[in-house]
Write a protein of this length. Structure first.
Length: 159
């Protein structure tokens, strides 16, 4: 098997336009050090963020993955929390624990006190107070559409 530094594998794939997944041999792909980031990336690309977070909660193929996995779990949980807060006015602690992939409601309460200061725990429910300023920040829809169409036109010319 070729020597592949596991902690830099995904960075190499992202940064190097020359390195393609097809260039990996089956032996390389079967290595747990390589298969783990491939599976993780596949779940993220397909939009299965919580599935990706649940994969990372198992045993890691190398301790070198731990900082990346912790950052990924934090990011996925924060994005899920933002979506939950935007979707519901309140939710039971048990449901929040399930949706945010916590083992207990106590972990949810700790998460809320540390990461979500605008949320309030009232009894066995979480009350969400969405920062309306963030939602109403004003995305210039016309400018974004114009820029996206410009990029698409340029990409079509390149291809």
């Amino acid at each position: 098997m070729r020597a592949i530094v596991p902690s830099h594998f995904m960075a190499v794939v992202r940064l190097s336009a020359c390195l393609q997944m097809e260039m990996l041999t089956e032996e390389d792909k079967s290595s747990p050090l390589v298969a783990f980031p491939i599976d993780l990336e596949e779940h993220l690309l397909q939009g299965f963020f919580m599935k990706a977070a649940s994969i990372t909660s198992g045993a890691l193929p190398s301790p070198l993955y731990a900082p990346f996995v912790e950052a990924l779990q934090h990011t996925v949980r924060a994005e899920a929390a933002d979506c939950i807060a935007a979707s519901y006015p309140s939710m039971s602690l048990a449901a929040a624990a399930e949706r945010l992939h916590f083992a207990s409601t106590e972990q949810v309460i700790k998460y809320i006190s540390a990461e979500q200061p605008t949320w309030a725990v009232q009894g066995d429910r979480v009350q969400f107070q969405v920062n309306s300023g963030r939602a109403a920040a004003g995305i210039p829809a016309q400018a974004v559409m114009h820029q996206a169409l410009h990029y698409a036109t340029e990409l079509e010319r390149i291809v």
